[in-house]
Ligand binder design. Structure first.
Ligand code: COA
Length: 393
């Protein structure tokens, strides 16, 4: 193990659907108003995925942008983690799809489920893998299509959420900095406060959902309880993470909280006696994008010039589980070396698409041939040889 590995954030990207849903649009669906939503949440608009957009396509777009900023090739990735509560399917993982589309042939890939804390959890997993010396480069993506799991008749939840994705590239460097500390926590006794009943759910098995006023695959939430929980854990976990990093909250240049509710952020700032301006917010435009909210806000903070080299910044997430998590990062930024340029990556993506098509074609036809002549091993050997060649491209 190399003791000098530090996990630095060297690339970042976001993807947001074009379709904007305003509070007025919502007022046409449920009994609500712009005034009520703004006063209680601070949210004005949110983005909604169209028919061609999904958690995977948004995640891919954010990942490609992050690779461009880092100027690395997909083949250099060792690990892809997608934090999401709205995966493309229960399995295979959304991360595996993105791995294929990127052509990241040397990467492991998996989804991580920790609701709105997911991105911070995933960032910590990837950073720990880098710190241990087991991998060098990882991409961490938070991607959600919350609009697909909304109960559009429930005004207590559908006004809050939106769709989008954000991603960061983490890379090993021997200079001190990057992800310095983390605090991950969970309190499963609150699992009934916020969630999406799914396949395997005990609730579905005993057909008790209707009694509880819940719908399968649709989000439910006890808003008031979640509000109280959120205001309590933000301060607590930020303080713990700062102590672990050997700094105080006064040393922070920026705090990127999960973008759930303006009032939650104001309450946390008051509780910690910190200037509200220290907290990055963009929830007015995008609402709560769950695991995507922190990377989207982080990227916009970078684009607004709110972080410079060596700044201490904190990310803090909270949500279903219940889960909560904080991370302290000493900012470094991209390597600044011009290594490949975007055209080389575009070529890699095109090649990856052809390679995947060819693999599927070979699988289909060799299986068909083997079904007709089960003992004929020549076709299988040929398939193996061709697949080896494809892997080498
Ligand atoms: N428009 C208009 N009225 C609404 C409404 C809406 N969208 N949603 C609820 N109301 C009504 C309620 O029915 C209730 O009416 P009543 O007094 O006649 O019964 C009233 O407004 C107050 O409801 P309440 O739920 O107490 O409001 P609130 O101030 O707690 O705000 C939330 C509701 C959801 C905005 C708030 O609880 C919240 O933000 N919670 C945290 C949610 C969160 O961030 N979740 C994600 C964490 S990851």
């Amino acid at each position: 193990m190399a003791a000098t590995n530090y996990a630095h954030i060297v690339g970042w990207g976001i993807a947001l659907p074009e379709t904007v849903m305003t509070n007025e649009d919502l007022a046409a669906i449920v009994e609500t108003s712009d005034e009520w939503i703004m006063a209680r949440t601070g949210i004005k608009t949110r983005r909604i995925a169209n028919d061609r957009e999904s958690t995977a396509t948004l995640g891919l777009k954010a990942a490609q942008q992050a690779l461009d900023v880092a100027d690395i090739l997909p083949i250099e990735l060792d690990l892809i983690i997608v934090a999401t509560s709205t995966p493309e399917s229960i399995f295979p993982s959304t991360a595996s799809l993105i791995q294929d589309w990127l052509g990241a042939g040397s990467a492991g890939a998996f989804d991580l489920s920790a609701a709105c804390s997911g991105f911070v959890y995933a960032l910590d997993m990837a950073a720990q893998a880098i710190r241990s010396g087991s991998i060098k480069t990882a991409i961490v993506i938070g991607s959600e299509t919350m609009s697909r799991v909304m109960d559009w008749q429930d005004r207590g939840t559908c006004i809050l959420f939106g769709d989008g994705a954000g991603a960061v590239v983490l890379q090993a460097r021997d200079t001190i900095g990057g992800v310095l500390s983390s605090v991950l926590r969970s309190d499963g006794s609150g699992h009934d406060l916020l969630g999406i009943p799914s396949v395997g759910s005990l609730d579905i098995q005993i057909s008790a959902l209707a009694l509880q006023g819940r719908k399968p695959f649709k989000m439910h939430m006890a808003g008031g309880e979640v509000f109280k929980f959120a205001t309590r854990v933000i301060g607590e976990s930020l303080e713990q993470a700062a102590i672990k990093a050997g700094i105080t909250l006064r040393d922070l240049k920026l705090i990127v909280p999960h973008q759930a509710n303006e009032r939650i952020i104001q309450a946390a700032a008051r509780q910690l006696d910190l200037d509200r301006q220290l907290f990055m917010t963009n929830l007015e435009h995008y609402g709560n994008t769950s695991a995507a909210s922190i990377p989207i806000a982080l990227v916009e903070a970078i684009q607004q010039g709110r972080v410079t080299e060596n700044d201490y910044i904190a990310l803090v997430g909270f949500g279903g589980g219940l889960t909560w998590a904080s991370i302290i990062v000493q900012w470094s930024g991209p390597l600044g070396e011009n290594r490949f340029g975007p055209q080389r990556r575009q070529f890699t993506y095109a090649l990856a698409a052809w390679r995947a098509r060819l693999r599927r074609f070979i699988r289909r036809y060799t299986d068909l041939f083997n079904r007709i002549r089960p003992k004929h091993g020549r076709m299988l050997r040929l398939r193996k040889r061709i697949e080896q060649r494809i892997n080498d491209i």
